[in-house]
Design a protein around this ligand. Sequence first.
Ligand code: SF4
Length: 306
Amino acid sequence: MSMQKPKSDKLTLNKLQKRLRREVGRAIADFNMIEDGDKIMCCLSGGKDSYTLLDILLNLQQHAPISFSIVAVNLDQKQPGFPEEVLPNYLNSLNIDYLIVEEDTYSIVKDKIPEGKTTCALCSRLRRGILYSTAKKLGATKIALGHHRDDIIETLLLNMFYGGKMKAMPAKLVSDDGQHMVIRPLAYSREKDIIKYAGLKNFPIIPCNLCGSQENLQRKQMKALLNQWDRQFPGRIESMFRATQNIVPSHMVDTSLFDFQSLTTQDQPFPDGDQAFDPPSLDYQAATDENTDTEEQPSMVKLISL
Ligand code: SF4
C-alpha cells in the first residue's frame, strides 16, 4: 500500500519540479542541447542525479514545442551486489524505451589495477567507451549525463587547486573521437534541490560504492569546502557559478586569450579599460537574488515552454 504524501511535501515537490524544469529548459535553450528529431540517450546509473535528469527530460518532452525521443541506458558493470532488477522494474513502470548493457568492467579493473590503488580512472574510461559504442548502435544523436552545477564548481576548484587550469566541466561537448555530442542538462541545477527532489520522488537509488573503491578524495574535499561555504556564506556558490559565465579575458593573465602585445591607447573610451583607482562595485545582491525562487516564466526559455 503506497503512503499518501503530506500536503507540504506535495507543495515542495511541485515547487522543486517547476524549478528544475525551468533550469533544465534554460540550459537546453542556452546551449542548444536538444533539437527537433534528436534521439537522446539518457545515461542512468541508479543515482539521484541521473534519475532526476530522466524524470525532468520526460516531463519536458511532453510540453516541448519540438519532437525528440529518449532512450534510457544503464551500464551494468557487474559489481558485486548490483541489484539487477531495480532499474528494469523502475523503467518498466514508466513504460519508456530503455536498454541495460551488461559488461563486466569490474573484473577487468580488478585484474589490471593493483590492490589498494584507485580504480576510478580505468573504470570511467571503460564506461565511457561502452556508452559511446552503445549510443552509436542505438543511433542516439545526443548523450545526456546527470552532472549538475555543483559538479561543475567542484571541477573548477579541483582544476584550479591541483591542475593549474581555469577549467570547469562543459555543459555541452563533442567526444574526443569527434562522433558524439554529450550534454549536461542539469548544468544550472543545484545538488541540494536534486537530493530533495529524489527523496520526495522516492527514486529507487542504487548505492554508488558497490565496487568498494573510494570516491576521489580531492573531489570529496572540494564538496566539503563548498558545503561549508554554502552554510557560512549563502550566495557564494551562485556567485562562483556566475563567474564561469562572466569571464573577462583582459583581466586574466592568459596571453593566448587576450592580445596584450598589441594593446594600445585610443581616443574613445575603452570598454575593458582598467578601473583600478575606483572602488570595486560588486553587485552582491544580484548574486543572492539568483538563489531565490520566482514564479515568473523566464524570458530566456525559448525552446521549452514550461
Ligand atoms: S567508484 Fe567504482 S564504479 Fe565508480 S568510477 Fe570508481 S571504480 Fe568505477
